[in-house]
Design a binder for this molecule. Sequence first.
Ligand SMILES: Cc1ncc(COP(=O)(O)O)c(C=O)c1O
Length: 381
Amino acid sequence: MNTKELEQKYELEVYPRRDIVLVGGQGARLFDDQGREYIDCASNVGVSNIGHGHATVAKAVYEQYLALGNCYSMFYNPVRARLAEKLVSLAPAKLNKVFFCNSGAEANEAAIKFARATTGKPEIIAAMRGFHGKTMGALAATWGPEYQKPFAPMLPGLKHVPYNNFEKLQAAVGEQTAALLLEPVQGEGGVRVGDRHYFQKVRNLCDDLNILLIFDEVQTGFGRTGTMFACEQFVAPDILCLAKSLAGGIPMGAVLCSDRISVPLKSHTSTFGGNPTACAAALASLKVIESEGLVEKAQTLGGYFLDQLRQIESQKIREVRGLGLMIGVELKEKAGPYVQQLMEKGVIALLAGATVIRLLPPLLITREQIDTVVSALKEIL
Ligand SMILES: Cc1ncc(COP(=O)(O)O)c(C=O)c1O
């Protein structure tokens, strides 16, 4: 049996698949088993901010695994300690504690628990079209009956309000509200950029009513939007959820918390959370982001990419929007067939909802590669 047949036979079918077998990656390029090359505009849904096959991360993982690959957090460990210090130094000033986990859903799951434990209140308000992962707690915050229905009943206490609509949010908060859980830029929901005035009002509301503000930056984190964290362009949250690109492609999540957050001992833990291999990968990945100026690249190349895309004249395009290298091309029709056509032209892109082509290239993509992607889009649209 070939790769495709083996996966189809032995894996539970939960992912809609594309009909190629990827076997390699270097920088912003991916390679399939037929020797075809693609420009990666998906980054594994925002994981590969530093591109594929980076030697700095590979070396760090290899060396750390040989030294001490795993170390449960009941013991202290110097690599974990350094990563915690580094993350706190990068985050908004009031975020000064870290909880380590292994994925985006887990980070949000933890944040929901921390908010409840801290406030003693059950209610979390999230946004329509928001995406926070698919474990039971995160799923209750994720918008979309198609995801929730097969697994009902949902965790009680989770409510949804329209994104970027302060009046509706204000009307929804109450005595029992522990926290608001929002993405500064909605990714899965269609690359919708948060409104800065909206977020300022949200911050004020949280301060006035003693409600915690949780930002899900699982997709927007680590340079993607042109700043290390998107919240730098909005407001500082009380809890910041991170994952995806944190450890350069090695599974890892982190929840950064302000002083306000307190959780009873042993109430939330994770076997693999903060394992030294992932921590070494994260430290190496952050070194790459800083030494290669990837945050600045995301800002300048993101601006260039958006400009080029906005110059495409096509009746099929409704809007081109984005922040940094997180870009959405909203069509007036279903985007699926166009994502397929792009792949046939050697560009791997994503969907965000039914009508949006989402482009999340590695932050080290070159101008020439962007030009190639724009030409391919121009041709098919
Ligand atoms: C904003 C956001 N939060 C959470 C998640 C879930 O992350 P994971 O798939 O690592 O659980 C995602 C995944 O796409 C995401 O984009």
